[in-house]
Design a protein around this ligand. Sequence first.
Ligand code: OAD
Ligand code: ZN
Length: 268
Amino acid sequence: MTSPLLESDLALARVLLAGPGPALVLTGAGISAESGVPTFRGAGGLWRRHRPEDLATPEAFARDPRLVWEWYEGRRTALRGCNPNPGHIALARWMLSRPDITLVTQNVDRLHEQAGEQVGADDARTHPVRLHGTIDQNRCTACEYVAEHPGPSDTSSQATLPRCPQCGSLLRPDVVWFGEMLPEAAVTRATETAQCATVCLVVGTAGAVYPAAGFAKIVYRKGGALIVVDPGDTAFDPIATVKLRGEAGRVLPELLRAGGVEVSVSST
Ligand code: OAD
Ligand code: ZN
Protein backbone atom coordinates (compact mmCIF):
# COMPACT_ATOMS: atom_id res chain seq x y z
CA MET A 1 0.00 0.00 0.00
CA THR A 2 1.33 3.44 -0.89
CA SER A 3 1.23 6.47 1.43
CA PRO A 4 -1.85 8.71 1.69
CA LEU A 5 -2.44 11.09 -1.19
CA LEU A 6 -1.77 14.77 -0.69
CA GLU A 7 -5.05 16.68 -0.51
CA SER A 8 -3.47 19.47 -2.56
CA ASP A 9 -2.58 17.04 -5.36
CA LEU A 10 -6.07 15.58 -5.37
CA ALA A 11 -7.62 19.04 -5.39
CA LEU A 12 -5.47 20.18 -8.31
CA ALA A 13 -6.24 17.01 -10.26
CA ARG A 14 -9.97 17.50 -9.68
CA VAL A 15 -9.79 21.07 -10.93
CA LEU A 16 -7.93 19.97 -14.05
CA LEU A 17 -10.43 17.19 -14.74
CA ALA A 18 -13.39 19.52 -14.25
CA GLY A 19 -12.02 22.09 -16.69
CA PRO A 20 -13.60 22.79 -20.05
CA GLY A 21 -12.53 20.73 -23.00
CA PRO A 22 -12.42 17.06 -23.82
CA ALA A 23 -10.56 14.52 -21.70
CA LEU A 24 -8.54 11.50 -22.75
CA VAL A 25 -8.18 8.58 -20.35
CA LEU A 26 -5.38 6.12 -21.12
CA THR A 27 -5.41 2.87 -19.17
CA GLY A 28 -2.99 -0.01 -18.95
CA ALA A 29 -2.62 -3.30 -17.11
CA GLY A 30 -2.37 -1.57 -13.71
CA ILE A 31 -6.06 -0.63 -13.64
CA SER A 32 -6.92 -4.35 -13.73
CA ALA A 33 -4.26 -5.39 -11.20
CA GLU A 34 -6.63 -5.17 -8.24
CA SER A 35 -9.08 -7.37 -10.16
CA GLY A 36 -6.43 -10.09 -10.11
CA VAL A 37 -5.13 -9.62 -13.67
CA PRO A 38 -1.32 -9.68 -13.78
CA THR A 39 0.53 -6.69 -15.24
CA PHE A 40 3.39 -7.13 -17.72
CA ARG A 41 6.46 -5.42 -16.34
CA GLY A 42 6.05 -5.02 -12.58
CA ALA A 43 6.64 -7.55 -9.80
CA GLY A 44 4.74 -10.73 -10.77
CA GLY A 45 4.32 -9.32 -14.30
CA LEU A 46 3.86 -11.64 -17.27
CA TRP A 47 7.03 -10.44 -18.99
CA ARG A 48 9.04 -11.25 -15.87
CA ARG A 49 8.22 -14.95 -16.34
CA HIS A 50 7.83 -15.22 -20.11
CA ARG A 51 9.60 -13.76 -23.13
CA PRO A 52 7.20 -11.73 -25.31
CA GLU A 53 9.03 -12.93 -28.41
CA ASP A 54 8.07 -16.54 -27.53
CA LEU A 55 4.36 -15.82 -27.05
CA ALA A 56 3.21 -12.48 -28.42
CA THR A 57 4.66 -12.05 -31.90
CA PRO A 58 3.52 -13.30 -35.33
CA GLU A 59 6.82 -15.19 -35.57
CA ALA A 60 6.09 -17.03 -32.31
CA PHE A 61 2.66 -18.04 -33.62
CA ALA A 62 4.09 -19.22 -36.94
CA ARG A 63 6.75 -21.24 -35.09
CA ASP A 64 4.54 -22.83 -32.44
CA PRO A 65 0.82 -21.96 -32.64
CA ARG A 66 -0.03 -24.60 -30.03
CA LEU A 67 2.19 -22.95 -27.40
CA VAL A 68 0.70 -19.50 -28.12
CA TRP A 69 -2.87 -20.86 -28.01
CA GLU A 70 -2.14 -22.64 -24.74
CA TRP A 71 -0.80 -19.44 -23.18
CA TYR A 72 -3.85 -17.41 -24.26
CA GLU A 73 -6.19 -20.15 -23.02
CA GLY A 74 -4.46 -19.89 -19.63
CA ARG A 75 -4.94 -16.12 -19.59
CA ARG A 76 -8.59 -16.46 -20.60
CA THR A 77 -9.23 -18.99 -17.87
CA ALA A 78 -7.62 -16.70 -15.29
CA LEU A 79 -9.70 -13.76 -16.52
CA ARG A 80 -12.96 -15.65 -16.17
CA GLY A 81 -12.82 -15.23 -12.40
CA CYS A 82 -12.01 -11.49 -12.51
CA ASN A 83 -14.44 -8.65 -11.89
CA PRO A 84 -14.17 -4.89 -12.30
CA ASN A 85 -12.64 -3.19 -9.26
CA PRO A 86 -13.60 0.21 -7.76
CA GLY A 87 -11.21 1.91 -10.20
CA HIS A 88 -13.09 0.61 -13.26
CA ILE A 89 -16.41 1.45 -11.60
CA ALA A 90 -15.41 5.02 -10.69
CA LEU A 91 -14.20 5.61 -14.22
CA ALA A 92 -17.41 4.23 -15.76
CA ARG A 93 -19.54 6.48 -13.53
CA TRP A 94 -17.44 9.52 -14.35
CA MET A 95 -17.69 8.79 -18.08
CA LEU A 96 -21.47 8.71 -17.84
CA SER A 97 -21.45 12.13 -16.21
CA ARG A 98 -19.94 13.89 -19.24
CA PRO A 99 -20.15 13.39 -22.97
CA ASP A 100 -16.58 14.46 -23.79
CA ILE A 101 -14.43 11.74 -22.21
CA THR A 102 -12.74 9.18 -24.44
CA LEU A 103 -11.31 6.09 -22.80
CA VAL A 104 -8.43 4.47 -24.66
CA THR A 105 -7.11 1.19 -23.29
CA GLN A 106 -4.21 -1.09 -23.96
CA ASN A 107 -5.93 -3.85 -22.02
CA VAL A 108 -7.42 -6.85 -23.76
CA ASP A 109 -9.78 -7.72 -20.92
CA ARG A 110 -13.40 -6.57 -20.90
CA LEU A 111 -13.39 -5.09 -17.40
CA HIS A 112 -14.15 -1.54 -18.58
CA GLU A 113 -17.26 -2.78 -20.40
CA GLN A 114 -18.28 -4.91 -17.43
CA ALA A 115 -17.94 -1.88 -15.14
CA GLY A 116 -20.29 -0.01 -17.48
CA GLU A 117 -22.81 -2.84 -17.19
CA GLN A 118 -22.51 -2.80 -13.41
CA VAL A 119 -23.33 0.89 -13.20
CA GLY A 120 -26.32 0.32 -15.42
CA ALA A 121 -25.11 1.51 -18.79
CA ASP A 122 -23.98 -1.12 -21.22
CA ASP A 123 -23.53 1.29 -24.05
CA ALA A 124 -20.85 3.02 -26.06
CA ARG A 125 -20.37 5.74 -23.46
CA THR A 126 -18.42 3.37 -21.22
CA HIS A 127 -16.77 1.30 -23.93
CA PRO A 128 -13.08 1.89 -24.47
CA VAL A 129 -11.23 2.44 -27.71
CA ARG A 130 -9.16 -0.76 -27.85
CA LEU A 131 -5.61 -0.33 -29.04
CA HIS A 132 -4.47 -3.93 -28.50
CA GLY A 133 -7.59 -5.93 -29.33
CA THR A 134 -9.80 -8.22 -27.25
CA ILE A 135 -8.72 -11.51 -25.74
CA ASP A 136 -12.32 -12.80 -25.82
CA GLN A 137 -12.37 -12.77 -29.62
CA ASN A 138 -10.62 -14.82 -32.26
CA ARG A 139 -9.85 -13.97 -35.83
CA CYS A 140 -8.77 -15.93 -38.85
CA THR A 141 -5.11 -15.90 -39.88
CA ALA A 142 -6.15 -15.86 -43.54
CA CYS A 143 -9.56 -14.22 -44.07
CA GLU A 144 -11.68 -11.50 -42.42
CA TYR A 145 -13.52 -13.85 -40.06
CA VAL A 146 -13.80 -12.55 -36.45
CA ALA A 147 -15.93 -14.12 -33.68
CA GLU A 148 -16.32 -14.34 -29.93
CA HIS A 149 -14.12 -16.99 -28.37
CA PRO A 150 -16.62 -19.83 -27.85
CA GLY A 151 -15.02 -21.17 -24.66
CA PRO A 152 -12.22 -23.56 -23.71
CA SER A 153 -10.36 -25.01 -26.72
CA ASP A 154 -8.37 -28.18 -27.04
CA THR A 155 -4.78 -26.98 -27.25
CA SER A 156 -3.21 -30.40 -26.72
CA SER A 157 -1.91 -30.58 -30.29
CA GLN A 158 -1.70 -28.41 -33.38
CA ALA A 159 -4.32 -30.62 -35.08
CA THR A 160 -6.97 -29.76 -32.48
CA LEU A 161 -6.52 -25.96 -32.53
CA PRO A 162 -9.60 -23.94 -33.54
CA ARG A 163 -9.98 -23.32 -37.25
CA CYS A 164 -11.91 -20.80 -39.32
CA PRO A 165 -15.43 -22.01 -40.25
CA GLN A 166 -15.18 -20.04 -43.50
CA CYS A 167 -11.79 -21.04 -44.92
CA GLY A 168 -10.32 -23.70 -42.63
CA SER A 169 -7.21 -21.72 -41.69
CA LEU A 170 -6.01 -21.47 -38.10
CA LEU A 171 -7.76 -19.00 -35.85
CA ARG A 172 -5.75 -16.76 -33.51
CA PRO A 173 -6.61 -14.49 -30.58
CA ASP A 174 -7.85 -11.10 -31.80
CA VAL A 175 -5.07 -9.21 -30.02
CA VAL A 176 -2.21 -7.10 -31.30
CA TRP A 177 1.20 -8.70 -31.04
CA PHE A 178 4.58 -7.01 -31.02
CA GLY A 179 5.54 -5.97 -34.52
CA GLU A 180 1.91 -5.78 -35.71
CA MET A 181 -0.14 -2.77 -36.75
CA LEU A 182 -2.75 -1.48 -34.33
CA PRO A 183 -6.39 -1.35 -35.53
CA GLU A 184 -6.54 1.71 -37.76
CA ALA A 185 -9.89 3.01 -36.50
CA ALA A 186 -8.69 2.85 -32.88
CA VAL A 187 -5.50 4.74 -33.67
CA THR A 188 -7.44 7.41 -35.58
CA ARG A 189 -9.87 7.95 -32.70
CA ALA A 190 -7.11 8.03 -30.10
CA THR A 191 -5.06 10.48 -32.17
CA GLU A 192 -8.01 12.79 -32.83
CA THR A 193 -8.94 12.80 -29.14
CA ALA A 194 -5.36 13.41 -28.02
CA GLN A 195 -5.06 16.37 -30.36
CA CYS A 196 -8.01 18.21 -28.86
CA ALA A 197 -7.98 16.99 -25.24
CA THR A 198 -7.16 19.57 -22.58
CA VAL A 199 -6.43 16.92 -19.99
CA CYS A 200 -5.19 13.35 -20.01
CA LEU A 201 -5.72 10.92 -17.14
CA VAL A 202 -3.18 8.10 -17.34
CA VAL A 203 -3.91 5.06 -15.18
CA GLY A 204 -1.77 1.99 -14.60
CA THR A 205 0.55 2.01 -17.56
CA ALA A 206 4.34 2.07 -17.42
CA GLY A 207 4.41 3.97 -20.72
CA ALA A 208 6.87 1.57 -22.31
CA VAL A 209 4.82 0.66 -25.40
CA TYR A 210 4.13 2.85 -28.44
CA PRO A 211 2.05 4.19 -30.02
CA ALA A 212 -0.13 3.87 -26.88
CA ALA A 213 2.16 5.94 -24.66
CA GLY A 214 2.42 8.56 -27.39
CA PHE A 215 -1.26 9.58 -27.08
CA ALA A 216 -0.68 10.97 -23.57
CA LYS A 217 2.41 12.74 -24.84
CA ILE A 218 0.44 14.39 -27.66
CA VAL A 219 -1.91 15.92 -25.06
CA TYR A 220 1.10 17.19 -23.12
CA ARG A 221 2.81 18.64 -26.20
CA LYS A 222 -0.40 20.46 -27.14
CA GLY A 223 -0.38 22.14 -23.73
CA GLY A 224 -2.85 19.85 -21.95
CA ALA A 225 -2.49 18.66 -18.37
CA LEU A 226 -1.33 15.17 -17.50
CA ILE A 227 -2.59 13.37 -14.39
CA VAL A 228 -0.88 10.08 -13.62
CA VAL A 229 -2.40 7.49 -11.27
CA ASP A 230 0.06 4.69 -10.54
CA PRO A 231 1.71 3.27 -7.43
CA GLY A 232 5.03 2.90 -9.25
CA ASP A 233 7.30 5.00 -11.42
CA THR A 234 6.22 5.53 -15.02
CA ALA A 235 7.69 7.08 -18.15
CA PHE A 236 5.10 9.89 -17.81
CA ASP A 237 6.23 11.05 -14.36
CA PRO A 238 8.73 13.68 -15.61
CA ILE A 239 6.00 15.46 -17.61
CA ALA A 240 3.06 14.87 -15.24
CA THR A 241 1.20 17.93 -14.00
CA VAL A 242 0.08 15.83 -11.03
CA LYS A 243 1.24 12.38 -10.00
CA LEU A 244 -1.16 10.54 -7.72
CA ARG A 245 0.94 7.71 -6.39
CA GLY A 246 -1.43 4.93 -5.46
CA GLU A 247 -3.54 2.02 -6.65
CA ALA A 248 -6.30 2.77 -9.14
CA GLY A 249 -8.93 1.06 -7.00
CA ARG A 250 -8.21 3.44 -4.15
CA VAL A 251 -7.28 6.66 -6.00
CA LEU A 252 -9.90 6.80 -8.75
CA PRO A 253 -12.98 6.64 -6.49
CA GLU A 254 -11.45 9.39 -4.36
CA LEU A 255 -10.42 11.51 -7.33
CA LEU A 256 -13.58 11.21 -9.39
CA ARG A 257 -16.05 11.98 -6.63
CA ALA A 258 -15.02 15.60 -6.50
CA GLY A 259 -16.31 17.56 -3.52
CA GLY A 260 -17.92 14.42 -2.14
CA VAL A 261 -20.59 14.62 -4.84
CA GLU A 262 -20.90 11.19 -6.28
CA VAL A 263 -21.97 11.26 -9.89
CA SER A 264 -25.48 9.90 -10.14
CA VAL A 265 -26.18 7.38 -12.81
CA SER A 266 -29.39 6.93 -14.68
CA SER A 267 -29.88 4.14 -17.14
CA THR A 268 -31.30 4.97 -20.53
P1 OAD B 1 2.95 -2.63 -17.59
O1 OAD B 1 3.01 -3.94 -16.87
O2 OAD B 1 4.10 -2.24 -18.43
O3 OAD B 1 2.70 -1.47 -16.54
C1 OAD B 1 1.73 -1.60 -15.54
C2 OAD B 1 1.70 -0.35 -14.70
O4 OAD B 1 0.67 -0.51 -13.75
C3 OAD B 1 3.00 -0.09 -13.90
O5 OAD B 1 3.37 1.27 -14.06
C4 OAD B 1 2.60 -0.41 -12.47
O6 OAD B 1 3.27 0.41 -11.52
C5 OAD B 1 1.12 -0.05 -12.51
N1 OAD B 1 0.27 -0.66 -11.46
C6 OAD B 1 0.47 -1.81 -10.76
N2 OAD B 1 -0.55 -2.01 -9.90
C7 OAD B 1 -1.41 -0.96 -10.06
C8 OAD B 1 -2.64 -0.57 -9.45
N3 OAD B 1 -3.22 -1.33 -8.51
N4 OAD B 1 -3.24 0.57 -9.85
C9 OAD B 1 -2.68 1.35 -10.82
N5 OAD B 1 -1.51 1.04 -11.41
C10 OAD B 1 -0.87 -0.10 -11.05
O7 OAD B 1 1.57 -2.65 -18.43
P2 OAD B 1 1.11 -1.72 -19.64
O8 OAD B 1 1.72 -0.38 -19.53
O9 OAD B 1 -0.34 -1.82 -19.74
O10 OAD B 1 0.93 -5.10 -25.04
O11 OAD B 1 1.78 -2.49 -20.85
C11 OAD B 1 1.55 -2.01 -22.16
C12 OAD B 1 1.53 -3.13 -23.14
O12 OAD B 1 2.70 -3.93 -22.99
C13 OAD B 1 0.40 -4.12 -22.97
O13 OAD B 1 -0.80 -3.71 -23.55
C14 OAD B 1 0.94 -5.34 -23.64
C15 OAD B 1 2.32 -5.34 -23.04
O14 OAD B 1 3.27 -6.03 -23.75
C16 OAD B 1 0.96 -6.11 -25.91
O15 OAD B 1 0.91 -7.27 -25.56
C17 OAD B 1 1.02 -5.67 -27.33
ZN1 ZN C 1 -10.76 -17.75 -42.56
